[in-house]
Write a protein that binds this ligand. Sequence first.
Ligand code: NAP
Length: 315
Amino acid sequence: MSDTVRDLVIIGGGPAGLSAAIYASRSMLDAVTLEREASGGQMVLTGEIDNYPGLPGTDGYGLAEAMRAQAEGLGAHLEMDLVTSVGRDEASGLFSVSTSTGVYQAKCVIAALGARPRRAGFEGEEEFTGRGVSYCATCDGMFYRNKHVFVIGGGNSAAEEALFLARIASKVTIVVRRDHMRAQTALVRRLESDEKVEIRYQTSVVAVEGGRLPSSITLRDNATGTLKVENHEEGSFGIFVLVGREPETELLGNLVERDESGYVVTDDRMATRTPGLFVAGDARRKPLRQIVTAAADGAVAATSAAAYLGLPVEG
Ligand code: NAP
């Protein structure tokens, strides 16, 4: 760390950050990539990945490992460190990236911060998180072998994770607040034809109660407003909240502009309103949030950082 001024600090070790690290290494930038925990970001929470070109049926963990190994093989410097703030000195144009262990100085920053699970907002959600309420079927599904699980959400994540859970649980009840799911039709068809899966439309979970583990769930019929309390044996069921994600952008404070949903506005070079600060991956405003688009963003961001520094770029 010390007083060294690096060319680039990349924050985040998901596909956007790792791809940026690969491209930064190939452009010979003096860069460090800071990851809060093991590489891979949300990727590692994904069991099977079927839409990453060239690698059908790969798993998230394996893909993350391959990206990390490729980056390190090209000379990328990856550090596990928690970033606590990002600032920029107007006069020098240098960034200060503070972490739990010190401060990095850099001419450019690529923030590839990703997104975190959105909360559904029912009573008891926080209290039972980690003991009955989960945000990741791949991580926690095995705790619900032969149990009843409720999946909240109507998007692709809810649909895919419900199909995954149906292989483990005795029953999967999908709770969808509207009268239809917004997941791809093919996924909805698969759910409809799975005998373990029940879809309750126009329904919301309003409360989960219990002792150490949940023992009751209160559902609201959104068409009539009627509430129904379902009592179960304590610990016999779980709730998976899969209602989308929200961008992690707090670290960037006023350095960036955000859209009405909180995503960072960038141009097509991943540049933000702050010179030298680039944002790549799920935290930025974009039409499709996938591993492949995150990796593409990282490549563009690193190339833009090299151009900003006046270095020759790939392509
Ligand atoms: P999403 O597409 O934003 O869907 C979120 C779902 O949760 C919607 O059905 C939404 O209902 C519901 N919801 C939101 N807040 C809620 C609340 N407080 N209570 C109850 N329900 C709530 O999120 P996602 O499924 O996580 O997907 C995120 C992105 O990743 C999407 O672009 C998706 O296509 C993509 N993705 C793609 C794949 C794939 O291609 N295989 C797999 C997973 C995810 P409303 O419809 O009423 O808003």
